[in-house]
Design a protein around this ligand. Sequence first.
Ligand code: DAH
Length: 340
Amino acid sequence: MKNKVKELLEQVEKFTSENLDCVEEFRIKMLGKKGEITQLFEDFKTFTAEQKREIGKDLNELKIKTLEKINSFKELLGKSQEKTTNIFDMTLPANNEPVGSRHPISIMKNKIIDIFKRLGYTIAEGPEIEDDWHVFSALNFPPEHPARDMQDTFFIESNPDILLRTHTSSIQVRAMEQTKPPIRIICPGRVFRNEAISARAHCIFHQVEGLYIDENVSFADLKQTLLYFAQEMFGKDTQIRLRPSYFPFTEPSAEMDVSCKICGGKGCNICKGTGWLEIMGCGMVDPNVLESCKIDSKKYTGFAFGMGVERMAMLKWQIRDLRLYFENDIRFLRQFGTVV
Ligand code: DAH
C-alpha cells in the first residue's frame, strides 16, 4: 500500500494538461467510482488499527493533493477557454464573406459613361414613363411612323399619349427644352419595346444616348468623337465605318460599325464574315428637332448617337444570349469579377 501511495503521488505531481477533457479523465482515473485512490480507500477499510495509523495520513494527503491539482487545472483551463470564446482576437484573419459584383450591364454602362465624361459630357436622365411628344413628335417622327405602332410601343391603355419610352432619345428633347446650348450630355437609361423575348431581343433593355449641340458642330466632329470612343472601348487599333442610314431625328443619319476584334477584320462567325460589327446609330440633329425644342437651327448644329448597352456588352465579352442578363444566374454574374 505504501508503495502504491508513493507511486500515485508521483503521478499526481507530474500530471499536466492543456485541456479540460484530460483533467476530467485524470479525475476519473484517480477519484472516480473505480478510481485508483478510491480503491485504496476501500482496501484501507480492511486494515488493522495499527496499519491504518501508519498509512492513513499519507493516503489522506494523496487525496487532498490530487483534488488540489485537479481543481487548479480546471480553474486555469476554464479561464483560458473563456478567453478564446469571449475575447475578440484582432490578429486572426477575417472571415471571407462573399461580396457581390456589379452586373455586366452596369459595368458596360459605366465604361461608356466614363469615356464620354473624359470628353466633357455630363450625365442626363429622364423618366421611363413618357409622353408621345418627348419620345416621338419632338423627334420628328411622322404620325404614321411604324415605331409608334402598338406592336412596338407599350402604351398606357387609358391614355395613349402616355407610353413607356422606346429609346433614350427622349432625354435629348428634355435637355434641349430645359437648357440653352452648348449642350453636351450622355443619357443612360432603360427602354421598353413590345418584342418577343429571345436570345437576340428583349422587351426591356438599356441604351446610352449622346448629344452635342453648339455653334459649328460638324459631321467631322461626330466622326472624331465616335472614333475616340470606339478605340477607348475596344482598343487603339479599332477602326470605324459609317454607313448611311435613316432616323427621323437626324439628317444625315448613319450606322456605325467597328472592326471585329475577334478576327481582326478577316471575318468570323461573330461578325458573320464581314469583319465589321454594328454598334450604334448616329447623325446630325435634324433642324426640325432643334426647332421643336426652341433652339435656333440657323445658329446651332449638333450631333447625336445612341447605342444598346446589352449589345455592347455582348460584343465586349462575347455573350451569346440576351436572356442571361436577366436570369441572375450567379455563375454567369460571377464571371464579371469585382466591383468596378
Ligand atoms: N434612338 C435610336 C434607337 O433607339 C438610336 C439612335 C440612332 C439614337 C441615331 C440617336 C441617333 O441619337 O442619332 O434605335
